[in-house]
Design a protein around this ligand. Structure first.
Ligand code: PMP
Length: 424
């Protein structure tokens, strides 16, 4: 019996799928969702924005007024590129971060996630190389895998991606005759590492990518969430023709509208639009009208400062708890965004440890989710965005119980893996 014939009993369509469907796998975060969302589990796993500070009654009222005014357009198909008035407003959001953009170069997408999908669709033949940071955002790694890209990850440190290592990566790949199509980077308040690319490194990275003719895909959903309001020079500002910039309202307002955008050089913007139209006809009209209403009628800049303060106090709770309960680990102190990237002591394995953590009623994401090749076992991503300060502290305390037990096993047996029954 062949593998497919065996599989047919479970899924009669198994031998009809395209080969690339084999690359579609449940992400490590999604598969955790069902357990992690049980009320007794403290989840430091997901990266869900915390919406508790949104003025919900005001949003409801404004949405009603918007529908009474624009409802026949908001509930209708729109054009493939997106609502022009919203594209204009999104240039103001970019300007708030110091980035100059022309609304003609903006394509509105279904979250920035769809923009990553579109650029991969139009750029990648199976086997082409995408270079990204090590670690990188798991949602984008999933897209690259689905399009059968080969993912090569280049190391980062506390100042973000390391220029010299990036240069070496490109040079090695070129020597091997492998085509690098783009460099995917999250330069600000990185997911999962929490770091920013230093100002000093930014022009160096641009210069390296230009020299090797590699497009920079600058994915920037967290750039306005620096706790001190600090923003960085964007790659796009340094090299407008060499960068595909991705933005999102998910973290600075709300993800439920599913509105993100790509800002691309003109010809590329046209190609992305055609790809988007063939996938979805047009981005969500209701979402776009709602975001447009929010950006014109609400003090969104002030809302962003409220978010910054709320995430800062959660970050503080996380760092305090790490200091108190996990002194045997190492971590960065993020200056913005949602995540801490925690290194476990020698001999501990975040992926192996996860079921024990969940049994102890706490969830995190194993570092392996952020690598294409199974690395990352010595790291875990702890998100502080969603739970409150007490839960963050309790979650870290529960992790520390598991870490301490595993450390004891490592000191006794050289491994934290429990011997199978009957084995000694
Ligand atoms: N890029 C990064 C780095 C992210 O963290 C996320 C969401 N977690 C996205 C893209 C997708 O965001 P959205 O589709 O909601 O805009």
């Amino acid at each position: 019996m062949t593998e497919n014939q065996r599989g047919n009993r479970l899924d009669p369509w198994l031998d009809s799928y395209a080969e690339r469907a084999a690359g579609l796998r449940e992400s490590e975060v999604r598969s955790l969702f069902s357990v992690a969302s049980r009320p007794e589990v403290v989840s430091l796993a997901g990266g869900m924005p915390n919406l508790k500070d949104l003025p919900m009654a005001d949003i409801a009222e404004a949405t009603k007024q918007m529908l009474l005014r624009d409802g026949y357009k908001a509930l209708q198909y729109g054009n493939g590129k997106g609502l022009p008035q919203l594209a204009e407003q999104l240039t103001e959001v970019m300007a708030y971060e110091g980035i100059e953009a022309d609304s003609a170069n903006i394509l509105i997408t279904t979250g920035s996630q769809q923009a990553v999908d579109l650029i991969t669709e139009i750029m990648i033949n199976p086997g082409d190389v995408v270079v990204c940071e090590a670690p990188s955002y798991l949602g984008s790694l999933g897209i690259f895998r689905a399009y059968e890209a080969e993912v090569v990850q280049s190391p980062i440190d506390a100042d973000g991606v390391i220029p010299q290592a990036l240069e070496e990566t490109f040079t090695r790949l070129e020597r091997e005759g492998r085509k690098v199509k783009f460099f995917y980077t999250i330069p600000n308040y990185h997911n999962p590492a929490g770091v920013c690319v230093s100002e000093e490194r930014r022009p160096q990275i641009v210069e390296i990518c230009k020299r090797h003719h590699v497009l920079i895909v600058e994915d920037n959903p967290y750039g306005l969430l620096g706790f001190d309001g600090r923003t960085y020079t964007s790659f796009k500002s340094l090299a407008p023709d060499h960068v595909l910039y991705l933005g999102s309202v998910s973290k600075i307002f709300a993800p439920g509208y599913r509105v993100g955008w790509a800002c691309a050089p003109s010809a590329m913007c046209e190609k992305l639009k055609l790809a988007s139209e063939s996938a979805i006809l047009c981005p969500t009209s209701m979402g776009q009208y709602s975001i447009s209403m929010y950006l014109s009628e609400f003090d969104w800049r002030n809302q962003i400062s409220t978010f910054r303060g709320m995430y800062r106090s959660r970050r503080d709770a996380m760092i305090q708890a790490l200091n108190d309960y996990l002194p045997m680990c190492q971590w960065n102190v993020p200056e913005g965004g949602f995540y801490t990237w925690v290194k476990l002591p020698q001999g501990l394995d975040a992926k192996d440890m996860l079921p024990r953590a969940v049994t102890n009623l706490v969830a995190y994401v194993s570092g392996t989710a952020f690598y294409a090749n199974g690395e990352g076992r010595n790291h875990m991503r702890l998100s502080y965005c969603y739970p409150n300060e007490q839960d963050i502290r309790e979650g870290v305390r529960r992790i520390s119980e598991v870490v301490n037990r595993d450390l004891e096993l490592v000191s006794l047996f050289g491994t934290a893996k429990r011997p199978a029954p009957g084995q000694h």
